[in-house]
Design a protein around this ligand. Structure first.
Ligand SMILES: [Zn+2]
Length: 132
């Protein structure tokens, strides 16, 4: 039976870098040249798993390429709010959260403020009644 091990589709950047480092005996200096950044940036990725979308795409491209495959989310971006991979056209320029999360937030904001506004108005009416 041919059991194909599925490659995880969403690994932390530190895991991918460590795998590449072990397999190809690469140092932080190598990575900084490979990804055209500084060694302290590489160090930051390893320590925090925080990385820009643009750099994550580069790391993922290398990681999946070295596994003889392509990034399963190459045309997608992970939403920082719902944490779902969504096609890049689901994001407005420069936004890290998808349009549906943005819309949800706008609506939520509207309702929260609406409650506040109603409370304020009620309090004011009550005060006015008292004063009369
Ligand atoms: Zn989202």
């Amino acid at each position: 039976m041919d059991v194909k091990t599925e490659l995880p589709d969403d690994l932390p950047v530190s895991t991918m870098i460590r795998w590449i480092a072990d397999k190809y005996d690469m140092s932080k200096a190598d990575f900084s040249r490979m990804f055209q950044t500084t060694q302290s940036t590489i160090h930051y990725w390893m320590k925090t798993d925080r990385i820009s979308y643009k750099n994550l795409k580069k790391v993922r491209a290398s990681y999946y390429y070295l596994h003889n495959t392509t990034d399963p989310h190459a045309r997608e971006r992970k939403c920082e709010d719902c944490e779902k991979w969504r096609p890049v056209d689901q994001y407005r320029d420069g936004k890290a959260i998808c349009r549906s999360c943005e819309n949800k937030k706008t609506l939520q904001h509207y309702w929260e403020n609406r409650e506040e506004e109603l409370k304020r108005r009620k309090a004011k009416n009550w005060y006015n009644k008292k004063a009369n």
